[in-house]
Design a protein around this ligand. Sequence first.
Ligand code: NI
Length: 171
Amino acid sequence: MSLLKIVHYPEPVLLTPGEPVTKFDDGLKKLVEDMFETMYAARGVGLAAPQVGVSQRLFVMDCSGGQDPAQRIALINPEVIGVEGEQVDEEGCLSFPGIYFNVRRDLRAIVRAHDVNGELFELDGTELTARCMLHETDHCDGIVFIDKTTTLKRELVKRKIRKLQKAGEWV
Ligand code: NI
């Protein structure tokens, strides 16, 4: 396994919808294993392929932070097929280091995806699991979490990033 480089906003790959995965081969399994290792090393609970510069529709997640093997899940070609309710909570993103703000999301989400072997399954989750699935599925569609807030908040975050870029603290 190897650690992958996590790209930061505004890398174009983060803002481009990923291509559907069509080959469930050893290359895909290696990418998924590397993404898990990279996510755990960065102490994240989710990581999508565009965040490691791969413009494909897949992500890995583990809302237990490595504590519960049952929560270590890879979702390939995810599709949100049902949502319910509402939640507002603080969110972060490995492609926006140090930036956190409240995001309104559905409280429950049902996502249909393939596993690494190409088998279809559905994941039904609430709270953090739903939030993570929705955030990561957005990444697969070229959407980042600042797109999910108000225009005002989005401009404040962009301004902060530009300041950090000028100071050489955001690459
Ligand atoms: Ni993210």
